[in-house]
Ligand binder design. Structure first.
Ligand SMILES: [Zn+2]
Ligand SMILES: [Zn+2]
Length: 348
């Protein structure tokens, strides 16, 4: 089959790779119908996250149909249209039972193979899904493919971020970073009742999307977010900040604009060695910090119906639709934020 493989620093190639095959009785092979490039794919792409084997098939966002199943798969059939979170989970352990499926000790991330161990990714024609009975979900009738694709990772992550921030009607909120997850976090916050959401970025296209999602855009290259948030809150700052980037600058902005007693909710993956603020600053802010990887499988069950029945328009974050064969160029474009690129969906 064909797939997008990692070939070193900022290099992804469209190549022929081995077809995946059933390796365990709870495995499923999915023919990928749509796959997307995620901001977190850029960490190994830039080798900020080190250790990904060359030749690994990239990607963890996909939907498709089941073409082959192991003997012990339950609740799924060949031919089912399915979607998945970015990692597998067993459905039985302590963490799966409490809904923290992203910390299942048996879970594996799609698209991560290090020293020969791990799971191939989904930016390919086919993908092997271990622990399929508890990882995959049939796509609800009425849920569009692109919606399902986003619910599997980006929208779940965004909603988790907003819930962790304690968003409710009446507060003043700020989203730092208006990439796909940031824009979806605005939509999630509004779904949870937020009326006032400020959106901080400097890329015009992203600020426009934030505005369309009914947030108040702040271009930090022109205006000071700290001053703006203080002006609108009698000098206090934001009740909660949704940090959807994952670098020093974004975390720094978050701590500076949150009010004392407020919450900073972090879903951006940070490659830095320390947080961007000191224990003293956290103390002086009486800060609540919520951080971590979204239990997307848990959120998919909750959000599938919300997206299907609502009018959120989450697919607005998709800026480009391209064939998988143009994946190398798609990575470059997404990485360089060229042509207003916010999110790319690839079709094998
Ligand atoms: Zn992702
Ligand atoms: Zn588990």
């Amino acid at each position: 089959m064909k797939g997008l493989v990692f070939d070193g620093h900022r290099t992804v190639k469209y190549e022929t790779v081995d077809d995946p095959r059933i390796e365990a009785p709870d495995d499923v092979i999915v023919r990928v119908r749509k796959t997307a490039i995620c901001g977190s794919d850029l960490h190994p792409y830039h080798e900020r996250e080190e250790g990904l084997d060359y030749g690994t098939v990239m990607g963890h966002e996909f939907i498709g149909e089941i073409v082959e199943m192991g003997d012990e798969v339950e609740g799924l059939e060949v031919g089912d249209s399915v979607y998945a979170p970015f990692s597998t989970n067993c459905g039985k352990c302590f963490y799966c039972r409490i809904g923290l499926t992203s910390r299942c000790p048996h879970g594996q991330l799609f698209g991560w193979v290090g020293v020969g161990e791990g799971l191939q990714g989904a930016q390919a024609e086919f993908v092997r899904v271990p622990l399929a009975s508890s990882t995959l979900l049939p796509i609800l009738e009425g849920l569009a493919d692109e919606e399902a694709l986003l619910v599997g990772d980006a929208f779940s992550t965004a909603y988790f971020c907003a819930e962790n921030a304690g968003v409710r009607p009446g507060g003043i909120y700020a989203v730092v970073g208006c990439g796909p997850v940031g824009i979806l976090a605005i939509l999630a916050a509004r779904q949870l009742g937020a009326e006032i959401v400020y959106a901080i970025d400097s890329v015009p296209e992203r600020l426009r999307l934030a505005h369309e999602a009914c947030a108040v855009p702040i271009d930090f290259s022109v205006d000071d977010p700290v001053a703006t948030l203080q002006e609108v809150s009698e000098g206090r700052g934001a009740d909660a900040v949704l940090e959807a980037v994952g670098n020093f600058g974004s975390a720094r902005t978050a701590i500076e604009i949150v009010r004392p007693g407020g919450t900073v909710s972090v879903v951006g993956f940070h490659c830095d060695e320390t947080f961007a603020f000191s224990p003293g600053e956290a103390y002086d802010k009486n800060l609540t910090l919520r951080v971590g990887r979204c239990p997307a499988r848990h959120y998919m069950e909750k959000l599938g119906p919300i997206v299907r029945d609502g009018d959120l328009g989450i697919e607005r974050v998709i800026s480009h639709r391209m064939p998988l064969s143009e994946g190398s160029e798609a990575y470059r474009m997404f990485d360089e934020k060229r042509d207003g690129c916010t999110k790319v969906v690839l079709t094998p």
